[in-house]
Design a protein around this ligand. Structure first.
Ligand code: MG
Ligand code: MG
Length: 255
């Protein structure tokens, strides 16, 4: 069931979104060759606590049965890692494609957002992948209009990815967000325009294209969390939490 958010809910989600946007803006600057993913995680955790919020991801149950509860505030996924990479001792290298996903809970409401940053000097191919994924998210937000359909969003992502010859991950998708991290409806990154539920003011959605340089096929590593491309080629991920309004969608996690 899709839960529409009240004005009060939206006010609090804006606050959660502002806190999260500040975290990701800081991490975007901090991603440099030589930094560890644990250092990025520590900075996110510190900023979330300082804002009086909590890290939504920590303690989330895994999707595969042997996965332990998620141990961190961020997911940091490097190069062939698509999503759900666990931060740790890994040192970021020049040219790495670093995706950072984070969730913030503030007064019971949640915002969810992700960025992909190239550390140092990226290859032209990496820059093209990251730019296309960012543009796919922008196009999807532009398609998120009251009276339109959910899969208008999905199609917008797919159209940008396909026009660049990139892959669209199918096993994972965006989602409703707010009272829970994952609410109805699922927001796939592929689909036919004019299909799916009608979009209404008060719907809050996490839109999150996951785009691969090569094949979109993925697998989950033995840690039960880290999702990687089967072909080992890089992928990128951007995400915003948005609210459907009577006009243009409001981006609650805008940096
Ligand atoms: Mg996320
Ligand atoms: Mg999400």
């Amino acid at each position: 069931m899709i839960v529409l958010k009240s004005e009060r809910d939206l006010r609090v989600m804006r606050e959660a979104g502002r806190i999260l946007a500040a975290v990701l803006a800081r991490l975007e600057e901090t991603v440099q060759p030589g930094v560890t993913t644990a250092a990025l995680e520590a900075e996110a955790d510190r900023m979330i606590r300082a804002a009086g919020a909590t890290a939504t991801f920590r303690g989330q149950a895994g999707l595969v049965s042997h996965a332990p509860p998620y141990p961190a505030a961020t997911c940091i996924s490097v190069n062939e890692q698509v999503i759900h990479g666990i931060p740790g001792a890994r040192v970021v290298r020049n040219g790495d494609v670093v995706s950072i996903d984070c969730g913030v809970t503030y007064r019971g409401l949640i915002a969810d957002s992700a960025i992909t940053v190239i550390a140092g000097d990226g290859s032209a191919a990496s820059r093209r992948l990251v730019d296309a994924t960012r543009r796919a998210l922008d196009a999807a937000i532009g398609a998120a209009k009251a009276g339109g359909h959910l899969h208008d969003i999905s199609f917008a992502v797919q159209a940008v990815a396909m026009s660049e010859g990139f892959g669209v991950v199918r096993e994972f998708c965006g989602h409703g967000v707010g009272r829970d991290l994952h609410e109805d409806p699922p927001v796939p990154n592929y689909g036919n325009p004019g299909t799916g539920p009608v979009l209404r003011p008060g719907m809050t959605l996490a839109i999150e294209p996951m785009i691969t340089a090569g094949s979109p096929k993925i697998k989950v590593l033995k840690d039960g969390w880290t999702v990687v491309t089967e072909d080992g080629r890089p992928s990128a991920h951007f995400e915003h939490t948005i609210a459907i309004t009577s006009g243009a969608a409001e981006v609650l996690t805008l940096r």
